[in-house]
Design a protein around this ligand. Structure first.
Ligand SMILES: [Zn+2]
Length: 410
């Protein structure tokens, strides 16, 4: 009760008349389409955090467990989270005052009449769900929208929107298959029923919601429902910016048995004119050591080592992926994996295929490619489009032995 009246009245005076919705208002959703749930945010749910929610023709708030709906004619409301609870403003008709209601189920679904919702100045299609995860003291914000819309919104974040139509089609099929692969994975995994399918960043695919590159719709429509499959299963269509000429089938640290279409046994090299096909980074020794010392995953491995003498790659696999790095100090010698170093310095080390050495008080890292170097090489594909290749041939080149399939709607 202490929250009642606590929030500045100035805000609520411009707020809305909210009344309980009758069942006649329903959000526009296409029941026949595949839906994607994207995690937009995951943060601490103990401290007080406000969210500005806007929707042009009114906002519908639903508490999923009680199935209670509240409709606001206003186009703006402010909700907040604090101490593992979600609070929404509601108008008490009798007293004509705004009261703050605590959502008992700790889940709140937000939909709108025209299917677009703005949250803290970012607009999304579909609906938003707030969910408190008490055991982690976290709140999640999840955006659910149709798969086709999702692919359209992902496109300008994953390729340049100015890239040619054929390249947009390549990425549309890749992004659609990739999303569907994870939707299926989450469904299949009964032990870990996470409430979303994909993260919004490059952990999965970069998704920034609404954009105005309407012309990108054509690539989505021209490839509508098209995905890549292997052995009747949705292919995991991994992709990155530049393969650096790596032959993935020679990688020794990846088990390709479930996804042999990712083990390409021929080079791309069409990306060799891209600036990150070969790259070089020079880092002062002090910065290099500070990163290692402060990285939690190395714990205290890098404390009290003495002077840095030498850094070198101790092991590479046949594809050229750096597997082990040896760091020689005056007091001890430390080995770390190439992957661990890459994860610590992703803004400096562009791929897992690199050499490293110490020269004076500098660390010199030279490598090839940008990203994990598996699957579609976007820069390579971009050149093939210039050479007149069609999107289906490009996809067959980068995902050997996969087939095209169309999604069937219920
Ligand atoms: Zn390439």
């Amino acid at each position: 009760m202490k929250y009642i009246y606590k929030i500045r009245l100035t805000f609520f005076l411009i707020l809305t008349i909210i009344f309980t919705i009758q069942s006649f208002i329903k959000p526009q959703t296409n029941k026949n389409s595949f839906l994607v749930r994207v995690l937009l945010e995951e943060k601490n749910s103990l401290k007080k955090t406000f969210f500005k929610i806007e929707a042009e023709k009114g906002i519908i708030l639903t508490s999923p467990h009680s199935n209670k709906k509240f409709f606001t004619k206003q186009d703006k409301i402010k909700i907040f989270i604090e101490d593992n609870n979600i609070y929404i403003p509601l108008l008490n008709k009798k007293s004509n005052q705004i009261k703050i209601k605590k959502i008992k189920s700790k889940e709140l679904k937000i939909t709108s009449i025209n299917d677009f919702i703005k949250i803290n100045n970012n607009t999304y299609q579909g609906n938003l769900k707030f969910k408190i995860e008490e055991k982690n003291n976290n709140y999640l914000i999840i955006n659910t929208l149709s798969l086709e819309d999702y692919v359209y919104y992902v496109l300008p974040s994953e390729i340049y929107p100015s890239w040619p139509e054929e390249m947009r089609k390549v990425q549309a099929v890749v992004s659609r298959s990739y999303a569907l692969y994870y939707i299926n994975q989450v469904k299949k995994n009964k032990n870990n029923q996470r409430p979303y399918d994909l993260k919004r960043n490059n952990f999965h695919q970069t998704y920034n919601g609404f954009h105005e590159y309407y012309y990108l719709k054509k690539a989505i429509e021209d490839t509508k429902d098209m995905i890549l499959i292997y052995n009747g299963q949705i292919a995991l269509t991994m992709f990155d910016a530049c393969c650096g000429g790596i032959v993935t089938s020679k990688m020794s640290n990846i088990n390709f048995s479930k996804a042999p279409y990712l083990a390409r046994d021929y080079t791309c090299n069409f990306c060799k004119n891209y600036k990150l096909y070969k790259w070089k980074k020079i880092i002062p020794e002090t910065i290099f050591l500070n990163i290692l010392k402060n990285d939690q995953k190395f714990k205290n491995k890098f404390k009290n080592c003495g002077k840095l003498k030498k850094v070198y790659v101790a092991k590479k696999d046949k594809s050229g992926i750096t597997q082990k790095i040896r760091i020689v100090f005056s007091k001890k010698i430390i080995s770390i994996s190439g992957n661990d170093l890459w994860e610590s310095m992703k803004n400096k080390i562009k791929s897992l295929s690199f050499q490293i050495k110490k020269s004076g008080n500098k660390i010199i890292i030279e490598g090839k490619g940008f990203g994990h170097q598996i699957g579609l090489c976007q820069r390579g594909a971009r050149l093939l489009v210039d050479w007149g290749w069609k999107f289906k041939n490009i996809l067959k080149f980068y995902y050997p032995n996969t087939k095209f399939a169309r999604l069937k709607h219920a």
